[in-house]
Design a protein around this ligand. Structure first.
Ligand code: 6GU
Length: 238
């Protein structure tokens, strides 16, 4: 089975972009995933092929028209695939959602531009709004590429043992432990002795400790959730 991505965008030439290289590029050439980039503008009905208009109520920028985007969306045979819309107003993307998507038949991905898409589209169609983080991109295309990269590496056969790992950051709920490689000494700094000891139990314990410490210091939000899940409050606690 191949993971099928259909991307609706005003910039189809942005795909596959970086996903034509490295791991994802090889997987694309091997047929482990495929994509189709649909030009939304092709569905504009007027002489000027307009896809956007000024925001109702005033304000800066332009808003994508619901009618044009809906025509583009309705032209696609979703065939059991979820329809996602990349927008900073979406639910934060998680590794759990990525894993679910990668295990399925693919996704239809709508990329917004300008100040967004007419909200009525989200009422009239089953669309899952997704954000990749708390910052604003100039459009959904880079976010779609990011989402696809996260999915593609998890498609069976794309990566070796490294991706199957439930050791990975966000699978364990912790950041990954730090890594080292040769040379053993660099600029006066050495690889921690424990990693050269050959004592696999000690190495595992050290890595767990490092993952916990780094998560607590760098990502107190993740650490809170991890600890909260570990130490269950007694039921009826208030
Ligand atoms: Cl999905 N789109 C845009 N335009 N900006 C974003 C984003 C998406 N996620 C974070 N910022």
């Amino acid at each position: 089975m191949t993971f099928a991505a259909t991307i609706l965008t005003l910039y189809p030439e942005m795909f596959p972009g970086p996903l034509g290289h490295s791991l994802a590029g090889r997987a694309l050439r091997e047929g482990l995933w495929r994509f189709e980039a649909v030009q939304i503008r092709d569905f504009a009905a007027d002489r000027h092929r307009s896809v956007d208009d000024t925001p109702a109520g005033g304000g800066a920028g332009m808003v994508m028209r619901a009618d044009v985007v809906a025509s583009a969306l309705d032209s696609v045979a979703a065939a059991g695939r979820p329809v996602l819309a990349m927008t900073p107003r979406g639910a934060p993307l998680t590794q759990a959602r990525v894993r679910d998507l990668a295990a399925g038949p693919g996704a239809v991905i709508l990329c917004g531009r300008f100040e967004g898409i007419d909200e009525r589209l989200f009422e009239a169609r089953a669309i899952e709004p997704v954000s990749i983080g708390d910052y604003v991109l100039s459009g959904g295309e880079m976010a779609a590429l990011t989402l696809l990269d996260a999915c593609i590496r998890l498609i069976p056969g794309v990566m070796g043992a490294a991706s199957s790992g439930m050791d990975e950051s966000f699978e364990t709920g912790l950041l990954e432990y730090p890594q080292y490689t040769r040379p053993v000494e660099w600029e006066g700094r050495t690889i921690p002795e424990v990693l050269r000891s050959g004592d696999h139990a000690r190495i595992a314990a050290w890595r767990k400790q490092m993952a916990e410490t780094d998560t607590r210091l760098r990502r107190p939000d993740l650490w809170e959730r991890h600890e909260g899940a570990r130490v269950k409050p007694p039921s009826g606690a208030r």
